[in-house]
Design a protein around this ligand. Sequence first.
Ligand SMILES: Cc1cc2nc3c(=O)[nH]c(=O)nc-3n(C[C@H](O)[C@H](O)[C@H](O)COP(=O)(O)OP(=O)(O)OC[C@H]3O[C@@H](n4cnc5c(N)ncnc54)[C@H](O)[C@@H]3O)c2cc1C
Length: 346
Amino acid sequence: MNVDYIIVGFGLAGLAFAEELLEANKTFVVYEDESQTSSLVAGGVYNAVILKRYTPVWNAKEQLETALSFYQKLEKRFKVKFDQKFQTKKVFKSIEDQNNWFAASDKPKLSSFIDPKIENQKRDGIVADFGFGNVNQTGRIDTKKLVDVYRVYLKLGRKIRYEKFEHQQIKFNEDQLKYKDITANRIVFCEGFGLKQNLFFNYLPLNEVKGELLTIHAPELKIDFLLKSSIFVLPLGYNHYKVGATFNWKDKTSEPSEEGKLDLVEKLKKVIDVPYEIIDQTAGVRPTVRDRRPMIGKHPAYSNLVVLNGLGTRGVMIAPTVAKQLFNHLENGGELDPETDIKRFE
Ligand SMILES: Cc1cc2nc3c(=O)[nH]c(=O)nc-3n(C[C@H](O)[C@H](O)[C@H](O)COP(=O)(O)OP(=O)(O)OC[C@H]3O[C@@H](n4cnc5c(N)ncnc54)[C@H](O)[C@@H]3O)c2cc1C
């Protein structure tokens, strides 16, 4: 088989790059071994504001525009709803917190997202002594549904193989690559935390941050917005909510843990005061980078081996933008943003 590209890994990164290839009528095959779960368990929330510091996400406006039209296009193609739009309500911790919010709402890059009004109305079931602030243009992509639907689509087109990609089996033939029965022009590695086992790119400084989430059933909690306090509570419909997420820098497994559950239960006590039942618990490892920028580009010695990784805690917003940049770089010689180019680690 002769293809333009092999994609290794099919989470949000692999999906966004596959979409670029489909648009450009390029041929490709995906390898997926189901070793990582980040894109399947993600909260899927998109929000242009970093609510810990009241600062804008890097290139927030551009990223959000690209992402929303990307998911809208996929909704049309598959006739499936992936994007659930809602408002986010930030719970204030103190009067000082309210003042910081008010000051942030005046900044040019934040004013279209942050509503300066402080909402003091008490809401049943929610602990919020200092009220809420509203963030606009937020929502959630159902990433599991999206990845699952797209994988079925690839399977029907015989474009996905459910097996582990073995890096040592790549053979370099002049300017092409051979992997088992496939000859390809390039291989793009979109392996998430699986990058650690990649012989060619494991020099990149990827940090693992495990995250866990609970799904709860809380019939007395009637909210149709995302509640953001020390954790988020995200409405799924039918009185079900996703609660998350934890941040664990030591555990590198994708298994749900008792420690993760207790952490979330403890935090949830300070956020809601209605009874609930835990229905499910999931976990995954976020592929993060210390400078909080993705890592894209060609291998310094083998230019037809390429990486797309480091989507961190915001894969939903950033994946479509960086996949586009990478494709343009590979096919049209476009410059990579030095902030995302892996050359910064050479
Ligand atoms: C608990 C949690 C909550 C999150 N919440 C949000 C959120 O609300 N909003 C947001 O934007 N982001 C969120 N994220 C982050 C988001 O999930 C990531 O940014 C994104 O999923 C990373 O996508 P990826 O494709 O790079 O990696 P992954 O999703 O890990 O995909 C990599 C794929 O490569 C496969 N693979 C790896 N090695 C091989 C190999 N050798 N052969 C074949 N296949 C291989 C893996 O099986 C996997 O499917 C969250 C993450 C977690 C864990």
